[in-house]
Ligand binder design. Structure first.
Ligand SMILES: Nc1ccn([C@@H]2O[C@H](COP(=O)(O)OP(=O)(O)OP(=O)(O)O)[C@@H](O)[C@H]2O)c(=O)n1
Ligand SMILES: C[C@](O)(CO)[C@H](O)COP(=O)(O)O
Length: 260
């Protein structure tokens, strides 16, 4: 495997400030137990194991002392040799949380990987593919996997059809051109700062339409490269995802069963 060469100027931003509404545990998702430990602990271990950065900057729900304690325990677990772990208060949207963390990266940082804590089982090789592409000159890199379902566009049904079904199909997307996009997403630091600065002025509708960092960079006209992601990097969003993640951890081969 090619080794990323820019570790000393790289930071990984871990966004963990979400509320976890769809998971429905009544607590921030980063705190929800997975295999007996918090989702955030798994995510941080994955980032540290990949060893692509000198700093991990974690965005947490403001005032969440339990998650702060989890970060502190993780610092102790790493000891003095590991990356610097810093914590910031996240914001009301994912993009706000990313922005808050970007302001806290170390002087001299020129590359940032933005990672969802919710993708707690992301394997090293995905971090490496992203970091290597960045070191090779990309300004923006995302991990992506082929889409297995047929994807259609729909609209709310009106007129004569309204009594039949709530939605009507308006088109079918060409599946061979579609990819399901994951994190960590890697960026040239200045480019990502510029992209987020532009988005800070979006109205509520525009902000709601921003679902990842690469979209903001695309809006600047910067080329975004895609490397291979992994099914194992699933975003723990619903109760079913948590069951799958537990299964990955506890299965006979643990998380090692997975595809390349
Ligand atoms: N204001 C926010 C919202 C989301 N996130 C983070 O962004 C990642 C992806 O978000 P998602 O999976 O949607 O998490 P939640 O917002 O917690 O989920 P939900 O929408 O179900 O509440 C998660 O690691 C989440 O913690 C964040 O840091 N700050
Ligand atoms: C960034 C992301 O994980 C890429 O797939 C995803 O868009 C986050 O979406 P969410 O609705 O904030 O979970």
């Amino acid at each position: 495997m090619t080794t990323p060469s820019n570790r000393e100027a790289t930071a990984v931003v871990v966004v963990a400030a979400g509320s976890g509404e769809r998971l429905g545990y009544g607590m921030p998702k980063a705190r929800v137990p997975l295999g007996g430990e918090a989702i955030l602990t798994h995510a941080l271990r994955g980032v540290a194991a990949a060893d692509v950065a000198r700093q991990i900057c974690v965005a947490l729900p403001a005032g969440d002392l339990e998650l702060r304690a989890i970060c502190e325990e993780f610092r102790q677990e790493l000891g003095t040799d590991g990356p610097l772990v810093t914590v910031v208060d996240g914001g009301p949207t994912r993009a706000d949380s990313v922005r808050a963390a970007l302001e806290a990266v170390l002087e001299g940082t020129n590359a940032v990987l933005v990672h969802d804590a919710a993708r707690a089982l992301t394997p090293d090789r995905v971090f490496h593919r992203v970091a290597v592409a960045l070191s090779s000159g990309a300004k923006a890199v995302i991990p992506a996997i082929p889409v297995v379902d047929t994807v259609k566009m729909v609209a709310e049904t009106d007129g004569d059809d309204a009594g039949i079904a709530p939605e009507i199909v308006t088109g079918t997307a060409p599946r061979e051109q579609l990819r399901a996009v994951q994190t960590p997403q890697g960026f040239d630091y200045e480019t990502l700062l510029r992209a987020h600065a532009a988005a800070a002025h979006f109205d509520d509708t525009q902000s709601a339409a921003i679902t990842d960092d690469a979209m903001l960079v695309e809006l600047l006209g910067v080329r975004v490269h895609a490397v291979r992601g992994a099914s194992q990097s699933l975003k723990i969003t619903t109760p079913l995802d948590l069951i799958i993640a537990e299964g990955l951890l506890e299965g006979p081969l643990g998380v090692r069963w997975v595809e390349g």
